[in-house]
Design a protein around this ligand. Structure first.
Ligand code: 13P
Ligand code: SF4
Length: 315
C-alpha cells in the first residue's frame, strides 16, 4: 500500500529547509490561505515580493502575479505550482495588438493594471492595481492624457472618479463580467438590510447598485469597519473565507452569475492551484517563472513607479 503524504507537514518542512515563502491571493481556496506565509491583494503581494528574505517565492495565485514577483526579485527563484494558472483579462491584451493601440493613440501616458503579461508591463509607463488605480491617475499632472489597459470596467470606473482624459482598452475578466444584476437586485429585495459590495472590475450596472466599490483588500477592510451584518459580495468568492474568518458573526452572500448552472463566479485559473500542487512544486522547485532579462529590466520601471507612488500615499 502506498504511504499517504501529509501535504501540510511536508510543505512546512520543505519551506523551512529551502528558506521559501508562500504568497497567496485572497481568491485561493481556504486551505491554501491557511498555509500561506502572507495573504494579500495584488498590490500587497507585490510589495511583499519586493521585500522579503526568502530564497524561493512560491506564488499561490496566477501567472501575472508570479511574473510581477520575479520582475521585482529577479535573483530569487519564483515558482508557480501550475503554469496554466493564467488570467482571462491578461489574455485579452496581447503585446502586438497593444503596440498597435499605442501607435493609434500617441502622446498618452500608458497605465496598465498589473493583470497583464510581463511583455505588456515592459511597454507601460506605470502599473496600477485595483487598490491604487485612482491614486496613480491622480498622481499625474491634469493635462496628461492616459491610455488605461486592459480592464475596461476598472478603466471606466477610474475615468469617472478622476474625470481625466483616458482611452480604455476593451478587456474584461470572465469572473467579474458574469455577475447578474437581476439576481443581485432579487437578493437585495430578499435581504433589504444587506449591503452590496463590489470589485471595480464588475460591469457598470453592478457598480451602480453598489454600497461600496473596492479592491479585495478594500472590501475586507470595509466589512471589518462597517456596522451592517449582511453583505452581497460581487467578486471572486474566495475572499469570503477571509471575511468570515475576520467577522464570524456576519453573513456574506456570493453574488450569483448570469448563468446559474455554472460555477463561473469562481476564477478557474486561481482554482488550478491546490495543496498537492504546492507540495510537488516546492519539492521539485518546478515550474519556475523565467523571464527574459530585457523584459525584467523594462517591466521593473512601471512596477517600481507604481510602488513608489503607493509608498508615498502610505498604501
Ligand atoms: P486585487 O487587486 O483586488 O487583488 O484583484 C486582483 C484580481 O485579479 C481581480 O480579479
Ligand atoms: Fe484574472 Fe479575473 Fe481571475 Fe482576477 S479573477 S485572476 S482578473 S481571470
Amino acid at each position: 500500500m502506498r504511504k499517504q503524504i501529509n501535504y501540510i507537514n511536508e510543505i512546512n518542512r520543505l519551506r523551512k529547509e529551502k528558506n521559501a515563502i508562500i504568497l497567496a491571493h485572497y481568491y485561493q481556496t481556504g486551505d491554501i490561505q491557511d498555509i500561506a506565509d502572507f495573504i494579500g491583494d495584488s498590490l500587497a503581494l507585490s510589495q511583499k515580493a519586493a521585500e522579503n528574505d526568502a530564497d524561493i517565492i512560491l506564488f499561490a495565485g496566477v501567472k501575472f502575479m508570479a511574473e510581477t514577483a520575479k520582475i521585482l526579485a529577479p535573483d530569487k527563484k519564483v515558482l508557480l505550482p501550475d503554469m496554466n494558472a493564467g488570467c482571462s483579462l491578461a489574455d485579452s491584451c496581447r503585446a502586438e495588438d497593444f503596440e498597435k493601440f499605442i501607435r493609434e493613440n500617441p502622446g498618452r501616458t500608458i497605465i496598465t493594471y498589473v493583470n497583464t503579461t510581463a511583455e505588456i508591463k515592459a511597454l507601460s509607463d506605470i502599473c496600477c492595481t485595483s487598490s491604487n488605480a485612482v491614486d496613480i491617475v491622480n498622481s499625474l499632472p491634469n493635462e496628461e492624457k492616459i491610455i488605461f489597459a486592459p480592464d475596461r470596467n476598472l478603466g471606466n470606473y477610474v475615468q469617472k472618479i478622476t474625470g481625466r482624459d483616458i482611452v480604455v482598452w476593451n478587456g474584461t475578466c470572465h469572473v467579474h463580467e458574469e455577475f447578474s444584476i437581476e439576481s443581485i437586485i432579487k437578493l437585495k429585495t430578499q435581504h433589504p438590510e444587506a449591503k452590496v459590495i463590489v470589485h471595480p472590475e464588475c460591469e457598470l450596472p453592478v457598480r451602480m447598485v453598489a454600497d461600496f466599490i473596492g479592491s479585495t483588500s478594500a472590501l475586507l477592510q470595509f466589512v471589518k469597519n462597517d456596522k451592517s451584518v449582511t453583505y452581497i459580495v460581487a467578486t471572486e468568492p474566495g475572499i469570503i473565507y477571509q471575511m468570515k474568518k475576520g467577522e464570524p458573526e456576519k453573513s456574506f452572500i456570493p453574488a450569483p452569475p448570469k448563468d446559474s448552472t455554472c460555477g463561473c463566479s469562481e476564477c478557474n485559473f486561481m482554482k488550478l492551484i491546490t495543496i498537492e500542487k504546492i507540495y510537488n512544486c516546492l519539492r521539485s522547485e518546478k515550474p519556475e517563472i523565467i523571464i527574459d532579462d530585457n523584459i525584467i529590466k523594462e517591466g521593473l520601471k512601471p512596477i517600481k513607479r507604481m510602488l513608489d507612488i503607493s509608498g508615498k500615499k502610505g498604501k
